[in-house]
Design a protein around this ligand. Sequence first.
Ligand code: 5GP
Length: 327
Amino acid sequence: PVSNQTTLYVRAMADYWPLQDPAIPCADAGLPFKKGEILQIVDQNDVFWWQARKVSDLSACAGLIPSNHLLKRKQREFWWSQPFQPHLCLKSSMFFIGISCYSALAAPYEEVVRYQRHPADRNRLIILVGPAGVGVNELRRRLIASNPREFSSAIPHTTRVQKSYEMNGREYHYVSKETFENMVYSHRMLEYGEYKGYLYGTSIDAVRTVLDEGKICVIDLEPQGIQVARTHELKPYIIFIKPSSISCMRQTRKNARIITDYYVNMKFKEEDLQEMEDSAKKMEAQFGQFFDQVIVNDNLQEASEQLLSAVHRAQDEPQWVPAIWIC
Ligand code: 5GP
């Protein structure tokens, strides 16, 4: 353990169901948990089975969980048992033995500590993640508009030509393709993509600029970019914007008469709603362990209010963060 914390706390990087684990000595004594949950490790004396409690229920009895060592061994056994099937590579990077969707490349548990930002420290970067159409952009726009002196987005870079009404450094930083590609190769981009033949992306320096001004930087990111952004320097707080159930979305997003201007301009077809739900499920399955907060965007006004209070909590209240950020 690092810092002055003597008890070990970890973030579970996968779900675990003891009743579906044939290896557990006593399934009734197992502690089921979901990815992202914070566990207090009470006993690590056994090589294979640790005892743990959830921090959300510290008054409960401790239960058995597989040790780091056991989970890693299961991963290795799983990999060796797989025939070489290139077309299955993506699917088989997840395996299931009482442990759901466990990425074979990731550590089973991540050691975490409680972190309270000092008022003199930089603000934590706020990352919004969510499927297309769920309103991530709109929520970010509203948050920044609610107090532009407190919140700001990072100015992206692009290789497209500057328009007459635009200013370099205001809408975008306009750079050559070569400069942009150099930034990508030197890992200076948090994310980037191509649109109509031009490159667009957000650099780590652009985020730093906002943080150095003392503001709270709010960006949206494809979930694939989370790992790049999860650094000691940026200490990102990751908020997943989740669509409500399809039946709720049918009401709010298809029936333009009863809703806000935003949804009036964005009419969704049934297949768009289905796609949004499927995409949200995939994001949660693959990246849910990194989400510090989940906000269901059922109603834009309510979701905006929840976002504002989550962002303030992230800056002002103690939060669990990876231990390696703090040592
Ligand atoms: P425009 O050229 O009209 O300003 O932007 C066109 C499109 O570029 C946007 O709709 C968006 O899809 C994409 N874009 C703008 N900024 C970024 C960015 O920072 N990163 C990525 N990946 N795409 C961006």
